[in-house]
Design a protein around this ligand. Structure first.
Ligand code: URA
Length: 262
């Protein structure tokens, strides 16, 4: 391997560690732990008369993460308690790899609650939903109908959250177990925020709350979620990749605006 190959290999390994959540170098020089002979335990003497004990597998207690999530969510009586209950929930593996817990942004008293998928890289760093490129596009879309997450006026503001509060590695799509175990928290979140209208951004919140996907067919058609009118829309990240679809997104924004002002 020449020195440039070594550089790129080392750099890829370093980026991988940062992806996993490594934030600090602990020592100035790397330690080859395989080379630390002295640190290895001395081999145990084998007594021929005694057969080696056969390890008995210890059964891990089975937990139903969905049931535990439902109980934890139900006991939360306000948004602060819900956030604390979610942060204390230890059954979603995404928590281990994420840097931040991302709960919400905007005005909890808003008439509109927007639900996205999960934090991406920027959101994981900032601890707030929709702050990366997709989030900036979302802000511009909302501005076009004189709405925004920073507005104090409940009629003009939005409240924003995601199906998952932890970033999936490499921004992969959340799997069905992750969605199922976090769904009781999302449902409680909706009940506590009690918005007038829900907007679902992309397939993941549709899968979670409507049990189906197919955003191209579903977008722009009002449905009901937990007794509330709900509008599925294209996810802004999809619009960044497919600018041609902004035409439909604009129609959906106008539809939302008409419903709010109608
Ligand atoms: N995409 C989402 O669905 N949510 C975010 O918070 C950021 C990007």
């Amino acid at each position: 391997m020449d020195s440039s190959e070594t550089y790129w290999t080392d750099r890829a390994l370093l980026e991988w560690q940062v992806e996993l959540g490594a934030t600090d170098a602990i020592l100035d020089v790397p330690v080859d732990r395989y080379g630390l002979e002295a640190a290895k335990p001395a081999p145990k003497a084998v007594t021929p008369e005694k057969p080696a004990a056969v390890p008995v597998p210890v059964a891990k207690p089975e937990v139903d993460a969905v049931v535990l999530a439902r109980t934890a969510a139900q006991t939360a009586s306000d948004l602060g308690a819900l956030s604390a209950a979610m942060q204390a929930f230890e059954h979603c593996d995404l928590k281990q790899g994420a840097r931040s817990f991302v709960f919400c942004d905007g005005n909890p008293a808003a008439r509109v609650m927007i639900i996205g998928e999960a934090p991406g890289r920027e959101e994981d760093r900032a601890g707030r939903p929709f702050v990366g490129r997709a989030g900036q596009l979302l802000d511009r879309m909302l501005e076009a109908i004189q709405m925004g997450r920073a507005a104090d006026d409940a009629a003009r503001s939005v409240y924003i959250t995601n199906v998952l509060p932890w970033r999936p590695p490499s921004n992969r799509t959340p799997d069905k177990d992750e969605i199922a175990m976090m769904l009781p928290f999302l449902e409680r979140h909706i009940a506590l925020a009690d918005p007038e209208i829900i907007v679902l951004m992309g397939n993941t919140p549709c899968q979670a709350l409507l049990g189906r996907t197919g955003i191209t067919r579903m977008r722009g058609n009002w449905v009901e979620v937990l007794g509330k009118p709900c509008l599925p829309m294209f996810h802004p990240a999809y619009l960044l990749r497919n600018p041609i679809a902004k035409r439909e997104a604009w129609a959906d924004l106008l539809e939302l605006n008409a419903r709010l002002r109608g």
